[in-house]
Design a protein around this ligand. Structure first.
Ligand code: SF4
Length: 306
């Protein structure tokens, strides 16, 4: 049976990607709108660390000098605006306030703006340009939290979003799950291992071998170690090539057992347009929920309670 989450996941988002024109030059994008109907399956909390720091809109752009956001928290780097004004203490205060707002909102994930000296988290490449010197000041705080982090630009790619969403659902389900016995841990691993293998086979094999060699009694520490390792793995993105290969395998299996062809579901092939490709994946998910079988490609799905 597919695992179904009914409770909406709460997600924080860099406000300039949630329709607020809060960038230094009054720019902003409504990237979460790209999710269309799916957007309502989440509860969003937009925050802007630079606005909360009192920088205002419009403002001079800021930059980090002497290192990245982690270095700033360690006292080795500073944030300055174009005129050279030191804004380090302001950005510290703004970031702390945003983090407190996210804690009050009980978010489990955050959609961050790539390349920003404040919100950036990982190094990203856009149009062959390497962006920023991550993490940014707020990004460094986000990395210390137990959050699922999603780059904002990936919301606009149907396949990348599908990949983030299925891992986000699996991540939140596992994070909320109480592991009080070995049976529970093995059963959870059984549900997630195919997805984990897809994103990182060597690490999944390491976890599988480690599980096989555990002593009879499960300690809280062991359960915690397994959970952390699996949550870390679920944060890693897959690739289009791997998604295609695994989904074709799933498709062949389900077609044999559940006659997918009769429902007009096609094999997710690389030649399909990206939209059509995702349409087939969603049709397979829907079929799994309706028929009550496991869909290993997306082991945890969200369905709103009506
Ligand atoms: S990237 Fe972050 S700090 Fe910059 S405008 Fe967007 S939300 Fe504000």
């Amino acid at each position: 049976m597919a695992i179904i989450l009914n409770e909406k996941i709460r997600i924080g988002v860099s406000a300039c990607n949630a329709g607020a024109r809060v960038r230094w030059n009054r720019a902003g994008w409504d990237r979460i709108a790209a999710l269309e109907r799916e957007m309502t399956g989440f509860i969003w909390t937009p925050v802007c660390p630079e606005v909360m720091s009192g920088f205002g809109v419009p403002r001079e752009p800021v930059r980090l000098s002497g290192g990245n956001g982690s270095d700033l928290w360690a006292g080795a780097a500073r944030m300055k605006n174009r005129s050279g004004r030191d804004l380090t203490e302001n950005i510290r205060a703004g970031c702390r306030e945003c983090l407190q707002a996210l804690e009050r909102a009980e978010v489990e994930a955050f959609v961050f703006m790539e390349g920003s000296p404040s919100c950036g988290v990982y190094r990203t490449t856009l149009k062959n340009r390497r962006l920023g010197n991550p993490p940014g000041v707020f990004g460094a705080l986000l990395l210390e939290e137990d959050l699922f982090l999603i780059p904002a630009l990936d919301l606009e790619s149907p396949i990348k979003w599908w990949d983030w969403r299925r891992r986000l659902h699996a991540f939140c389900w596992l994070k909320r799950l109480e592991i009080d016995s070995k049976e529970r841990m093995y059963s959870a691993w059984h549900h997630l291992k195919f997805l984990c293998q897809e994103v990182d086979r060597p690490e999944s094999q390491r976890i599988g071998a480690w599980l096989a060699g555990l002593p009879k009694r499960l300690s809280q520490q062991t359960a915690g170690e397994w959970k952390s390792a699996t949550l870390r793995l679920l944060r890693k993105p897959s690739t289009f090539r791997r998604i295609t290969a695994v989904m074709q395998k799933h498709y062949a299996h389900y077609r044999k057992h559940f006659n997918l062809e009769a429902d007009g579901i096609e094999a997710p092939a690389a030649e399909l347009s990206k939209y059509k490709f995702v349409e087939q994946l969603l049709a397979m998910e829907k079929r799994a929920v309706n028929e009550g079988y496991d869909f290993e490609g997306a082991p945890v799905l969200f369905r709103e309670k009506r």
